[in-house]
Design a protein around this ligand. Structure first.
Ligand code: FAD
Length: 404
């Protein structure tokens, strides 16, 4: 390993939204931060400047709180954010499938979520990072060496041949994390055999600030999320269709007109006739679980620490939850503890492990329940679904959990 040319308090690796939030929060907390990753981020190239980004996220009230603390939330253009006050989930592909209705009012939250485009989020974070004194390094990490002891450092070798050092490394380099591999953490990966197909549509009927979702064995999971429609009488919606691989191939091969018709049909024309406004893109869906969230002088956050099925729109929110706890642990650090102290980061791991597993197991359970099941289990699933749909208490618990 070469000698480091420059040394930081913390190096954040990965320039997705979770890495950006971590770098910003750490810099605002007074750390000297290096932020490493290839500059072009997923989704950014697939859209033009004025149009809509087909990659959108449902951000939870907990994420809104973190982004407010980082002074990013109010800097996002209000005209590009759509609140979700209601959610209607249909537990079957048939038109009369039992409905689960969640609403912000009975859940006692301002909104169930806010739909924000990836590009809006990333650009606003980038602008804030420009003021925070973070050093951006357009490069990729290829090797790691860690010196133990209170004066130790982690040294990262970069694809350009340079080396940089830090007291602490935050690995935010996504589901295929190189840093995780370099730290010797073996993930358990399960391919869902589905892809998330995304596209945006103009809709003949307004969405009424409602997110719709249909779960079905052949269908996979189809969601239509509200987008801001401005002053238009019509509406605008973003699709996330977690489609079995063969169906995903079919959807991606359709013309924009045929795709719109197919989605309108699968969604029982709930939003009327659809017109495709952004081309379809797709993302592989996997469950990635890790045995440890920390390694010497390293903390894993975001998809590097946990990838999950997008049916509950929670992956990014759980990643922002990691960042919130990382910053809390740092804030509570005793003056005698140096940044790489393992005791410090064990607090992080303890605080995150349960929340992460809970969300991964819940999304995985729902995905399995609506996959192929032996006959008797189908009846049991439908009974369970009806029970949840009728219980105010259970529905409130679900909202409280998703709001974190
Ligand atoms: C279809 C779909 C819909 C979704 N919808 C939602 C939703 O509504 N709400 C929600 O909360 N979540 C949602 N998610 C999940 C969400 O997309 C992810 O959880 C989130 O994008 C992860 O962000 P990240 O910053 O951790 O990782 P990424 O966005 O993957 O970023 C990782 C970064 O690391 C960089 N990198 C990789 N290797 C290296 C290296 N060696 N050196 C330096 N940099 C490196 C990459 O270039 C990249 O920029 C959805 C996911 C899918 C697939």
């Amino acid at each position: 390993m070469r000698a480091a040319e420059v040394s930081f308090d913390v190096v954040v690796v990965g320039r997705g939204a979770v890495g950006a939030a971590a770098a910003l929060g750490l810099a605002q907390a007074g750390q000297r931060v290096g932020w490493v990753g290839p500059a072009a981020r997923p989704g950014a190239a697939a859209t033009d400047m004025e149009g809509w980004d087909s990659r959108v996220f449902a951000l939870s009230p907990g994420t809104r709180d973190l982004l407010r603390t980082l002074r990013v939330w109010d800097a996002m253009p209000a005209a590009r954010i759509a609140p979700v006050y209601d959610m209607r989930v249909y537990g079957g592909a048939q038109a009369d499938a039992p409905e689960l209705h969640l609403d912000a009012y009975s859940g006692r939250v301002d909104a169930l979520a806010w739909i924000v485009e990836n590009r809006t989020l990333v650009r606003t974070l980038d602008a804030a990072l420009g003021f925070a004194g973070v050093t951006s390094i357009d490069d990729a990490v290829t090797a790691l060496s860690v010196e133990d002891g209170p004066q130790g450092r982690a040294t990262l070798e970069l694809a350009s041949g340079r080396a940089i050092a830090a007291k602490l490394v935050v690995a935010a380099d996504g589901a295929d994390s190189t840093l995780r591999t370099l730290a010797g953490i073996e993930p358990r990966v399960r391919d869902y055999g589905q892809r998330g197909v995304v596209a945006n549509f103009d809709t003949a009927l307004p969405h009424g600030d409602t997110a719709f979702q249909w779960l079905g064995e052949q269908l996979g999971i189809l969601a239509l999320l509200p987008l801001p429609a401005g002053s238009s009488e019509r509406g605008r919606a973003s699709m996330v269709w977690s489609a079995p691989d063969a169906l995903a191939d079919e959807l991606l091969a359709l013309s924009p007109e045929a795709l719109a018709e197919r989605v309108a049909e699968a969604s029982h024309r709930t939003l009327g006739t659809l017109t495709t406004i952004t081309p379809a893109q797709s993302f592989p869906l996997r469950l990635v679980k890790v045995p440890r969230l920390i390694a010497p002088r390293m903390v894993l956050v975001g998809d590097a620490a946990h990838a999950m099925h997008p049916l509950a729109g929670q992956g990014m929110n759980v990643g922002f939850g990691d960042v919130a706890v990382l910053l809390e642990v740092l804030q509570g650090r005793e003056p005698f503890r140096e940044l790489g102290d393992p005791l410090l980061w064990r607090r992080y791991e303890r605080a995150r492990r349960e929340a992460v597993s809970l969300m991964q197991d819940a999304t995985d359970g729902i995905k399995r329940a609506f996959g192929p099941l032996p006959g008797p289990l189908v009846g049991l699933r439908d009974l369970g679904w009806r029970t949840v749909a009728r219980s105010d208490w259970l529905r409130r618990r679900m909202i409280a959990q998703a709001a974190r």
